[in-house]
Design a protein around this ligand. Sequence first.
Ligand code: NAD
Length: 307
Amino acid sequence: SKSNIGFIGLGNMGNHMAKNLMKKGESIVVFDISKESVNSLTTDGEKINNLLRAQAASSPSEVAANCEKIITMLPSNPHVKEVYTGNNGILSGVKKGSLLLDSSTIDPAVSRHVGEQCQAKGASYMDCPVSGGVNAARDGILTFMVGGDSAKFEEAKSILEKMGKNIIQCGELGTGNSAKICNNMLLAISMIGTSETMNLGVKLGLKPELLAQILNMSTGRCWSSELYNPYPGILPNVPSSNDYQGGFGSALMRKDLGLSQDAASATKSATPLGKKAFEIYSEMSDKGFGQKDFSSALKFIQDVLEK
Ligand code: NAD
């Protein structure tokens, strides 16, 4: 009979990813410190298919005792360390030969460190952070950037492709996160650029819809302008059209920019705009935008920088 897949961290992203595993026929065992997140998942699990269930576990250790394949989708470094190596963490219950896939965006050095501790317990750990946002998570079309033992890649891929479209092998442990933090540095820069551009253009008298249309058929086009426009009302189903709720929080973006700034220092790389973007998202997080989607850079420009 088929074994369960464990899923830990059922937030904005993990919730959708876990549901896609169920839709593809997997039974899952879930854990989150938020009871509400667990409940939404276990209830929806029954709605998706009578035969499939999301069962709740009481700790990461209990998930590990019941599942030899586990996905984690947590906010940042301390949460990943806690869930893997803390009291009642995965490593206190893990079975030999287990495959542990961490999709959180964290410091590549932390991935390497946690990965080595997993290896010492006879388990394989791979860093598999994602790109794509909540809609891509919902639609099962995420991009996964995978670092770790290449002998385990095909097995990891067979699971990840139930939640994603592109599964990219990056190299050794930690390289998935190296790719991810580079991508997000560019994303943050382009989101701030799109926000200040949209704001200026509208003040110059252009209709926001028209300006977006022109950008998207011109050389300024980018993901932020085309698929995640920060100006309210241009695209349906993006956070900017829903008071910047849901999506990818500005505090998480600040975290990712901190990771790329740490990496830039460690490698003596000059990242002038990455540094500026880190400063802007830090100020946003300090001034009440931390839990709003990162496209609220536009609202921050209007409500804070222009005041
Ligand atoms: P989130 O804050 O919405 O969800 C994180 C979940 O982890 C929450 O449900 C929280 O309760 C849970 N959690 C925290 N500590 C825990 C612990 N000790 N044990 C169990 N559960 C715990 O975050 P998210 O938006 O889903 O993002 C998750 C990761 O994915 C982050 O690293 C983020 O940078 C990355 N990411 C997010 C997006 C996005 O668009 N939201 C896109 C790509 C990557």
